[in-house]
Write a new protein. Structure first.
Length: 371
């Protein structure tokens, strides 16, 4: 894309009142972004309101600065690009959603498996959930994503704290690829805690945004980007979510797009499980293992170390059944097992170091399950 074409696309997206729907309308009428601005005011008015025609005839004040910023960003590295609705590389799945973005800013290798996955409608799965998950929720996101990656799925999420970050990390740990759809311009990383993770994703997957460079983390942008997360994916897995979680927006959008929605149940006492339980009541598929999702999507399961662990469950430490899967205190465990305090603490420490138990605030412990 040369600078003149880029300038025309930026001008379209910056024109007040046009929006993605208006962009598609004028493109359908005139064939290209540059052709739109070659039309007379009279011709433009025949498409719609006089106000919108006048807006198209007026160059946005920020256009020159935004064009230079974008050109500088594109020239800064060879893994940066802009994809528009007219490009062959535009993600196929987004063409079917109600409000496909007119432009996408992309960070990541052009011929990466992630790019090929979103171009070809190959299997991508969204994993979303709470920004403040329980230790089990974070472990589930990471373990499920790892299995999915090993089974050939591209994991899509939003780079937020909590479940999103764990899902991206799990996919990379599984040797697979992942796509992060963010709510800021690609010249910044939000949250800052994910700077290292963002670099890893850009190296092995893609980071995508519809927002112009320089866009800060505005709260209204994050629900908006969720339609892209679900649109890129064949299904959406909600790991943990409160009843007012943004993850439920992604799940609703997925259902409206005709995609599968999966949810992992949790403790009836956990606020972070209530969103998943509500989804299950509404028809989402209850998921107990990664295999449940793979079977629904008719994909083969790749055996992992977790399968070996399940095959040897009979040899698990006797303390694990006493823990259950809810949060428990040391006193409760002593009552259940009759063990001396020193012995109980020693065994809990061993299980914690083995990644089978996590210590929580308030002197509580919780068993960690597998995917």
């Amino acid at each position: 894309m040369d600078s003149a074409e880029l300038a025309a696309w930026l001008r379209l997206t910056l024109t007040p009142g046009l929006g993605n729907t208006g962009v598609r309308k004028v493109l359908a009428a005139f064939g290209s972004a540059q052709a739109v601005f070659e039309q007379s005011t009279l011709t433009l008015r025949q498409l719609g309101s006089d106000r919108l025609a006048d807006a198209l005839q007026t160059e946005p004040e920020t256009l020159a600065a935004q064009l230079q910023t974008t050109l500088d960003w594109l020239q800064g590295a060879d893994n940066r690009r802009v994809i528009t609705l007219g490009d062959a590389a535009y993600p196929a799945g987004l063409l079917d959603i109600e409000d496909p973005p007119s432009m996408l800013y992309v960070l990541g290798t052009q011929d990466s498996p992630a790019q090929l996955a979103i171009e070809s409608r190959a299997f991508c799965l969204a994993i979303v959930g709470s920004r403040n998950p329980t230790p089990q929720g974070a472990a589930n996101a990471r373990q499920f994503a790892k299995v999915f990656a090993q089974s050939g799925l591209c994991v899509v999420s939003g780079l937020a704290l909590g479940v999103d970050g764990a899902a991206h990390d799990g996919a990379l740990l599984g040797g697979g690829t992942t796509v992060a759809v963010v709510g800021t311009g690609l010249d910044r990383v939000y949250p800052k805690q994910h700077l290292e993770l963002a670099h890893r994703i850009a190296e092995h997957g893609l980071i995508i945004s519809e927002f112009p460079l320089g866009t800060p983390p505005l709260m209204s942008n994050f629900p908006k980007r969720n339609r892209i997360i679900s649109g890129l994916s064949q299904g959406t897995l909600v790991v943990e979510a409160a009843l007012k979680s943004g993850s439920l927006i992604t799940a609703r959008l997925a259902a409206e797009q005709g995609k599968e929605v999966f949810a992992i149940p949790g403790s009836i006492h956990s606020p972070q499980s209530r969103g998943c339980h509500a989804l299950i009541k509404q028809g989402a598929k209850l998921v107990e293992s990664a295999q449940d999702v793979l079977e629904e999507l008719q994909l083969p399961h790749v055996p992992t170390s977790q399968d070996t662990a399940r095959d040897t469950e009979d040899a698990e430490p006797p303390l694990l059944p006493a823990l259950g899967f809810d949060m428990v205190s040391l006193d409760t465990l002593q009552a259940r097992t009759g063990m001396a305090t020193a012995d109980l603490q020693a065994q809990l420490l061993e299980l914690e170091m083995a990644g089978q138990v996590t210590r929580l605030p308030g002197g509580l412990y919780q068993r960690l399950g597998s995917a």
